[in-house]
Design a protein around this ligand. Sequence first.
Ligand SMILES: C[S@@+](CC[C@H](N)C(=O)[O-])C[C@H]1O[C@@H](n2cnc3c(N)ncnc32)[C@H](O)[C@@H]1O
Length: 264
Amino acid sequence: MSVHPISATLSTTALALRRAGCVFAEDEALLLHEAAASPDELSALVERRVAGLPLEHVLGWAEFRGRRFAVDTGVFVPRRRTEFLVAQAAALAPRRAVVVDLCCGSGALGVALADASDTAELHACDVEPAAVRCARRNVGDLGEVYEGDLFDPLPGRLRGRVDVLLANVPYVPTADVELLPAEARVHEPRVALDGGGDGLDVMRRVAAVAPEWLAPGGSLLVEAGERQRDTAVEVLRAAGLTPRVLVSEELYATVLVGTALRIT
Ligand SMILES: C[S@@+](CC[C@H](N)C(=O)[O-])C[C@H]1O[C@@H](n2cnc3c(N)ncnc32)[C@H](O)[C@@H]1O
């Protein structure tokens, strides 16, 4: 019986990955073997992973809410914990929702929400050209992806009409960026991580303008660190939104929802 040369080296690959510090070496080895079309390609993939590139950048995709999203090098890898934010958004989205995914990175959040809810319109934007290119591939004809600073590139006709405003903004305090694992610190763009002095600078900018774009009763959803929770609540309240905090112990996720007043 002939043995495929790639499958013959599965345990060797796992060993190389384990030596490089990969905790889930066996699982990763399987994924790399699946992805490689030839022994040369496998060597190249393993080499990149051993050199410290995030697995998702090596594979070119990340799994988010059970679906594979393209993630190019230089684009923030959507995190498992952010699935909680999308689940909360799906729970509060009205029928025929107008959804904006601000600071969209790969675009995974907006697409996952469209999968899970009745989305009439999806608009996504990011300031990073690499993220915008990647999001355009993931969003496809489900919606529009724009490039620019926060709300700047959005069409004006969305003002006052947004039912769900997803904004997984960067929220790592500047001084903590150096403490992040190398996979994030070295391989994800600083603009995707650094949230300024207390980590909430971008959130403050989003919250300040969000009420202009939200529909009556519409909600802004942001993620924050547990220690940022109380300040983040005040940020939303100061912007005129009604804040709520939602926590997933399982995913170690803290989500803040800021809801605009309903007109009665
Ligand atoms: C933490 S990442 C989140 C990406 C994506 N939402 C996700 O959860 O996978 C933050 C994203 O915000 C983008 N960003 C940072 N500052 C921005 C700004 N001023 N305007 C638009 N996008 C910005 C970054 O390029 C990055 O893609």
